[in-house]
Write a protein that binds this ligand. Structure first.
Ligand SMILES: Nc1nc2c(ncn2[C@@H]2O[C@H](COP(=O)(O)OP(=O)(O)OP(=O)(O)O)[C@@H](O)[C@H]2O)c(=O)[nH]1
Ligand SMILES: [Mg+2]
Length: 289
């Protein structure tokens, strides 16, 4: 049996007897995943692969985010909604907007980019410092294993400060910012195309395995997501209301300044408190001087 197939057999429940990972009621409820990683690590390429799209000649950096819903990868798994967000440091600020609604984070690291391992470690751990992400399942994809300079699993995990739990029980201890446990898979998002395969075996196995893991955790994740998204919506509404009232106060102040400025020039305006169009409506008509 090829090595990749034996790994697959280890994780895949296909053909195995036993309870379905996802209870029937949850099978159709989409799972939301968030794709994170530094710019250029290969997130959008991974997503293209998962969509089973033909890879584009060149792929543009993501500015903002892209939301895609994938078909269930197997009849026992739910559809998956993926948010692919830009990894450039100038747009990383938006990542936190998606933590509340996400069931799991897929972090893509360029396994050849040693110079940026420290930066990748920093942003990965910072994401799990956020209470809305802490403890959620993490799939770490070490990408570009086809490329010269690929560092391999052990070196990358040591550099990122991540512990691999992919082979352990489904109830593995969840991640926190200090103890980052991940389901780790080495992949090449581009390589499969060269082999004429639909998708890299590591990516296929890792993704499938991760969805199963989320299935085990879902009973705990769903209520947490509902509470966090409701709290986030409430905070947003409060912020919006505060912004509206700040704008209204600013407008009133501007109006008062206008009245004061006009009054300085024309004392009658001060009596009506009106300037601009119709401002003279309440004024006594000017004497025919
Ligand atoms: N050799 C090799 N190149 C890859 C692989 N995956 C992605 N790339 C290349 O890496 C570059 C960046 O890929 P993207 O998918 O745009 O990276 P990204 O993480 O989405 O970047 P941002 O959108 O800027 O955050 C592209 O030129 C890809 O073709 C891989 O497995 N191997
Ligand atoms: Mg991208």
């Amino acid at each position: 049996m090829p090595a990749w197939l034996s790994i697959f057999a280890r994780f895949c429940s296909c053909g195995r007897r036993g309870p379905a990972v996802y209870p029937a009621a949850q099978e159709n409820a989409p799972v939301t995943l968030l794709l994170l990683g530094l710019d250029g690590s290969g997130k959008s390429t991974v997503l293209e692969r998962l969509r089973k799209e033909k890879l584009k000649e060149s792929i543009a950096p993501t500015w903002g985010f892209v939301a895609v819903t994938l078909k269930p990868p197997s009849p026992k798994l739910p559809p998956v909604r993926v948010f692919d967000v830009g990894g450039h440091d100038r747009i990383r600020g938006i990542w936190a907007n998606y933590y509340a609604e996400t069931h799991g984070i897929v972090f893509v690291v360029d396994g050849t980019d040693v110079a940026r391992f420290a930066e990748a470690r920093k942003v990965l751990h910072a994401a799990f410092d956020d209470a809305r992400a802490a403890g959620k399942p993490l799939l770490l994809l070490i990408n570009k294993r086809d490329k010269q300079g690929y560092q391999g699993r052990a070196a990358t995990l040591a550099a990122l400060g991540v512990r691999d739990v992919a082979g352990t029980a489904p109830t593995a201890k969840p991640s926190s910012s200090t103890d980052l446990a991940a389901h780790v898979f080495e992949i090449s998002a581009t390589h499969a195309a060269q082999n004429g395969q639909a998708i890299d075996a590591g990516l296929q196995i890792g993704f499938h395995h991760f969805l199963q893991q989320i299935g085990y955790d879902r009973a705990a994740l769903d209520p947490r997501i509902a509470a966090d998204t409701a709290a986030q919506r409430k905070a947003y509404e409060v912020e919006l209301e505060q912004r509206r009232s700040r704008i209204s106060v600013m407008r009133e102040e501007k109006e008062k300044e206008k009245v004061a400025a006009a009054a300085a020039q024309d004392p009658d305006t001060a009596k009506t408190g009106m300037v601009g169009e119709g401002a003279h409506g309440g004024k006594a008509p000017h004497a025919s001087s």
